[in-house]
Each structure stands twice: as structure tokens, then as C-alpha cells.
Design a protein around this ligand. Structure first.
Ligand SMILES: Cc1cc2nc3c(=O)[nH]c(=O)nc-3n(C[C@H](O)[C@H](O)[C@H](O)COP(=O)(O)OP(=O)(O)OC[C@H]3O[C@@H](n4cnc5c(N)ncnc54)[C@H](O)[C@@H]3O)c2cc1C
Length: 321
């Protein structure tokens, strides 16, 4: 792996390097794209950003990625993805894309350490779950604080959890969590939910779900794991210390697409728009994983999109020859 340090400037100070494919992002989507592009002998350059393995690397164990019946660490999975892509010739560069110019091919991608031109670009910059920004949130992430019920619900068998949020994701994930948890207490800042009526009905009818209205979470506390949260009623100002084993936060995701504003088509929430071939509105530019997928948000679906884009990129580059 090459290490490139940030310089503060948006453009790389070094020479411009031409490559057939640049992949932006090294989560499950980017590294799967890298594996397929490398095996097609395209020698892709992968810009990793800050994390190898992406969001998957945040979780201590992943049990729903096929091929690992005993599960494995999220960071370890990222390292395995990377090693497999490198084995076939992917060049993994620890650097962050800071600017792109997709006005015409070859496309330009600048990073802190270098500038690249590429015949094709695969964007896999993922999404960031929105954070509450309260004390304890960062400290207990992976130790009771989670942004993914599907992923972490299993660890809360017969425990009590709180869910933060009032939209569709919060209700869907809250209902899912009742499969494991004794009690799911939904803490919502308003006195009514934003979720669709059918989800509201299902949540309200679920005997394991309770609602704490007009309330915000102000702190998460514990020792080696979460033990309680501090709540505050927005109308009365009343403060409560509330015992719980877990905090699931579903207040939305932000796709990492700031770099592509005015360059690529996005939906109203900022996700890149792609067709079934992972093609954006510019030829030879693909988007995969959570940056283009507000629906599934899993390692396996993101990896699948990455593989599909690399296959499509290979075909696209053949048409240029
Ligand atoms: C706590 C937690 C637990 C989870 N557990 C599970 C689980 O058990 N099972 C499961 O299937 N899913 C799980 N998920 C969801 C899963 O991690 C994601 O769906 C998956 O990682 C998305 O992959 P991605 O490659 O699209 O994006 P990400 O994983 O978000 O990766 C994005 C990549 O892009 C890079 N990047 C961003 N900006 C730039 C830039 N400007 N330049 C270069 N690189 C950049 C980042 O550094 C990163 O490498 C979990 C998520 C979280 C948050």
C-alpha cells in the first residue's frame, strides 16, 4: 500500500498519473470493484479515504457476510478484501479524493498526494450515518451504540434498547429489534412519528415497543458497555436517567457526495443516481454501494454493486479500444 499524506491543498502536488480506472473509496463496494477490475487486468488505483473497509470496519463482528459461518471482525473483513484485490494487482493508495473534473474524458481526480486522469471512474464513497453528537456516542459506538439494527440486533437478545428517531428507518429497525430485545423504547423529539402509516401501526401494535414522546437523548453513559442514557423532555424540561443496554440511532444517512455536486446527477437526498448497470449520467463513471443506494445498506449488497460496476467498466473500456 502506498501512503500519501495530506498537504492541505486540494490538488496533489505530484505529477499527474494516467490510469485506466480510478476507484474512489475502499469500503466493501470499492474493494470488490477493485478485485474484479484487477482480475480483468485493469490495474485499478483505489483511493481509500480515511478507512479501509469503510463502515463495515466500525463493527466488531459481521455475521451476515456469506462464507464466514463463525462471523468475523469488520476491520478484518476489510483487510481481507484489500489483500484479495492487491493479489491481482490493485494499487491501494491511502489518500483522499479532494476534487474531480468529470466535464470530459479522460476524467480528472485530484487527491492530496497526487493527481490522476482515468478513462473510467468507480465512485464508492459510501454514506455516513448521521450522529446525535452527544457525549458518550463516539465512546460507546460498537459497545452498545449502533446505527444498524439488521447488523447488531442479534447482540441484544433479551436486553432493553432505545431507538432514536421517528421515521421509516427507525420504525423498521425498531420492529426488527423486537425479535431479539425484551423492550424497544422509541425516543422521539416530537409527539408524532414521521414514519409511513403502515409502519406506525405495526410499531404501535407491537407489544414490545414503547414510545417516549417529545424527548431528546442528551448523553450516553456506562462502563465497558452502555448502562443508561440521559433524556430530556422538550416540553417540560424534565430530565430522566433511563436504564438501557443499547442505543440504536436512526436519524438518517448522509451520502458522501459533496465532491460530485454539479458533476453528476443526484436524487433529492444527494444520492448518486445510477441505472441497473451502475452507470451514472456520464459515460464511464459508475457509482456503487451506499453512495448510490439508500435502500439496502449492507456489506453484501454494496460488494455486489462493486463487482457489477467493474464488469461493466471492463466492457466499457473494451468499446473504447
Ligand atoms: C456500526 C455499523 C455496523 C454495521 N454492521 C453491518 C453488518 O453486520 N452487516 C452488513 O452487511 N452491513 C453492516 N453495516 C453496513 C455496511 O457497513 C455498509 O452497508 C457498507 O460498508 C457500505 O459499503 P460502501 O463500500 O458502499 O461504503 P462505506 O463502507 O461507507 O465505505 C466508503 C469508503 O469510501 C471512502 N471515502 C469516502 N470519501 C472518500 C474520498 N473523498 N476519497 C477517497 N475515499 C473516500 C471511505 O474512507 C471508505 O473507505 C454496518 C454499518 C455500521 C455503521
Amino acid at each position: 500500500m502506498e501512503i500519501q499524506m495530506g498537504s492541505g491543498s486540494k490538488k496533489g502536488s505530484g505529477k499527474t498519473q494516467h490510469t485506466r480506472v480510478v476507484i474512489i473509496g475502499a469500503g466493501p463496494a470499492g474493494l470488490s470493484a477493485a478485485l474484479y477490475a484487477a482480475r480483468a487486468e485493469l490495474s485499478p488505483i483505489v483511493l481509500t479515504g480515511m478507512t479501509i473497509g469503510g463502515q463495515a470496519a466500525l463493527t466488531h463482528v459481521i455475521e451476515n457476510y456469506p462464507g464466514f459461518p463463525d462471523g468475523l471482525g469488520g476491520a478484518e473483513l476489510g483487510e481481507l478484501f484489500k489483500a484479495q484485490a492487491e493479489r491481482f494487482g490493485a494499487q491501494i493508495v491511502f489518500d483522499t479524493a479532494t476534487e474531480v473534473d468529470f466535464s470530459k474524458a479522460p476524467y480528472k481526480v485530484s487527491a492530496y498526494g497526487a493527481n490522476y486522469t482515468a478513462d473510467a471512474v468507480i465512485i464508492a464513497t459510501g454514506a455516513t450515518p448521521r450522529h446525535l453528537e452527544v457525549p458518550g456516542e463516539e465512546e460507546f459506538t460498537g459497545r452498545g451504540v449502533s446505527y444498524c439494527g439488521t447488523c447488531d440486533g442479534f447482540f441484544f437478545k433479551d436486553k432493553d434498547v432505545v431507538v432514536i428517531g421517528g421515521g421509516d428507518s427507525a420504525m423498521e429497525e425498531g420492529i426488527f429489534l423486537t425479535r431479539f430485545a425484551n423492550n424497544v423504547n422509541v425516543v422521539h423529539r416530537r409527539d408524532e412519528l414521521r414514519a409511513s402509516p403502515i409502519l406506525q401501526t405495526r410499531a404501535m401494535d407491537n407489544p414490545k415497543m414503547d414510545f417516549i414522546w417529545d424527548t431528546v437523548l442528551t448523553a450516553i453513559e456506562g462502563d465497558e458497555a452502555v448502562r443508561h442514557v440521559q433524556l430530556e423532555n422538550r416540553k417540560t424540561g424534565e430530565k430522566t436517567k433511563f436504564d438501557t443496554d443499547g442505543v440504536f440511532i436512526f436519524i438518517g444517512h448522509t451520502p458522501n457526495t459533496e465532491l460530485f455536486v454539479d458533476q453528476l446527477e443526484m436524487d433529492e437526498k444527494g444520492y448518486l443516481v445510477v441505472n441497473q448497470f451502475m452507470e451514472t449520467n456520464k459515460p464511464g463513471i459508475y457509482a456503487v454501494g451506499e453512495v448510490a443506494d439508500p435502500h439496502f445498506r449492507q456489506v453484501i449488497t454494496s460488494a455486489g454493486m462493486g463487482a457489477a460496476a467493474a464488469i461493466q467498466t471492463t466492457r466499457y473500456l473494451e468499446t473504447l479500444e
